[in-house]
Design a protein around this ligand. Structure first.
Ligand SMILES: NC(=O)c1ccc[n+]([C@@H]2O[C@H](COP(=O)([O-])OP(=O)(O)OC[C@H]3O[C@@H](n4cnc5c(N)ncnc54)[C@H](O)[C@@H]3O)[C@@H](O)[C@H]2O)c1
Ligand SMILES: C[C@@H](O)[C@H](N)C(=O)O
Length: 384
């Protein structure tokens, strides 16, 4: 009886009434996903003798270690780096257990950024050239556990900086719109302005930006940092203030009701993950001489929950949004509404491709088959 109810709900939620868009069905629907033009990126050649005696070009085939790689952004970054530099040259790591698909996709290791010795061991044994440091507690989970956020985001950062200094690694650390606060100009927010964030996440990210720039200035490490906005992808978000903008898509395809923890008019900068992956990969390749700064804003769009829901209703007209702002509202109210990323455009040719309509199209294109398969699987189980 219970299984029949679940099956019925899923059937209703997933298949009925979901339009692609304005009446087209999924089987015939082809989204107008932007096509990225090929870009020539200038890279310097520099070879290095490996411990096995042969020479390898560290610019065209760098060995990359990604910390905190099992979160929302890690698997995508690993994929794009592996496509470019080879599967075995990119080592994913985390303190969590990797899924089968991650293990099949390439090398994965346990690495706790709080354990300096094991980070050093990995960098030496695997001849790491680039460190992509993603481990962090995001804004909402950071506020819920400040001591842990201080450990991971600040002590972990210190370990990573020291390892990069010792072994002369190129170091990438993402920052965030959360590195700005209520005293910063919010519309638009430029790269260089007042930064007085009110979350431990934001404070730790300003610390990371400044420490990275200091290590670059003092010790000459090639530190690079991009301030990301809220990132939209089909993956599970890590506990941030922008998470609603991912969950709403899943809710639209299942219950058709989304409980939004922000007010309808809360404007925040956002971007689709493909733009972020391309930008990060290109940014890592830009010759140092082209960088007028080490920390750049990047972004693509900005929207409110109300505007996002309006766009999603072109696909799922029945979507209902119930607004119940919670503690995350105060965080969002202190963050930029619009990001000024003109320096990234000017210095290294950053160019985002996805706007709000194309972002919604590609999200539905990716999510629909997943929900359809899940529904089929559950209906199969019900029959058995
Ligand atoms: N996702 C976004 O919207 C967004 C936006 C701006 C900036 N960023 C930044 O990008 C980076 C990655 O973000 P994400 O969304 O993938 O985060 P996430 O929370 O999804 O993943 C973080 C990962 O860090 C790992 N981690 C936690 N403690 C660790 C430890 N002690 N040692 C090693 N790993 C540990 C976690 O297990 C997790 O897999 C973060 O630094 C974040 O600040 C993300
Ligand atoms: C914006 C970003 O840093 C993250 N998604 C958060 O909300 O905490």
């Amino acid at each position: 009886m219970k299984m029949n109810v679940i099956a019925g709900q899923l059937k209703r939620a997933v298949s009925l009434g979901t339009k692609f868009p304005l009446g087209k069905q999924l089987s015939t629907y082809r989204p107008k996903v932007p096509v990225r033009p090929k870009k020539e990126v200038l890279t310097a050649m520099s070879s290095k003798r490996s411990s096995h005696g042969y020479y390898r070009d560290v610019e065209s085939r760098p060995r990359i270690l990604i910390t905190g790689s099992l979160g929302q952004l890690g698997p995508g970054l690993a994929r794009i780096f592996r496509e470019k530099y080879g599967r075995d040259n990119v080592i994913m790591s985390d303190i969590n257990k990797a899924s089968e698909s991650v293990l099949e996709s390439g090398p994965f290791l346990f690495a706790d950024v709080l354990d300096m010795r094991s980070l050093r061991e990995i960098c030496v044994n695997y001849e790491i050239d680039w460190l992509v440091h993603l481990s962090a507690l995001l804004s909402a989970v950071g506020e819920a556990n400040v001591p842990l956020a201080m450990q991971v985001n600040i002590e972990g950062l210190h370990n990573v900086l020291e390892v990069a200094r010792m072994y002369k690694l190129k170091l990438f650390i993402p920052s965030t719109i959360g590195a700005f606060g209520p005293d910063s100009p919010r519309n638009p927010t430029p790269d260089m302005t007042i930064q007085r964030p009110r979350t431990i996440y934001g404070v730790s990210k300003v610390h990371a930006e400044l420490m990275g720039e200091y290590y670059q200035h003092k010790f000459g490490i090639d530190f690079r940092c991009l301030r990301y906005p809220g990132v939209i992808s089909t993956d599970q978000p890590g506990g941030g203030t922008t998470d609603y903008a991912l969950k709403i898509f899943h809710d639209a395809l299942t219950t058709k009701v989304h409980m939004c923890f922000l007010k309808p008019d809360t404007r925040l900068p956002m971007m689709y993950i493909d733009d972020l992956l391309t930008a990060t990969c290109e940014f890592m390749q830009v010759p140092e001489s082209r960088l007028s700064m080490r920390t750049y804003n990047i972004g693509a769009v900005d929207f409110t929950p109300d505007e996002l829901a309006h766009e999603i209703r072109k696909f799922v007209p029945e979507l209902e949004v119930v607004y119940k702002p919670d503690h995350r509202q105060a965080i969002a109210d202190s963050w930029p509404q619009k990001f000024d990323y003109s320096n990234a455009v000017k210095d290294w040719g950053y160019r985002p491709l996805y706007n709000l309509p194309t972002l919604c199209e590609v999200m539905f294109q990716s999510l629909m088959p997943k929900y359809k398969n899940r529904k089929d699987q559950i209906l199969e189980e019900v029959k058995e």
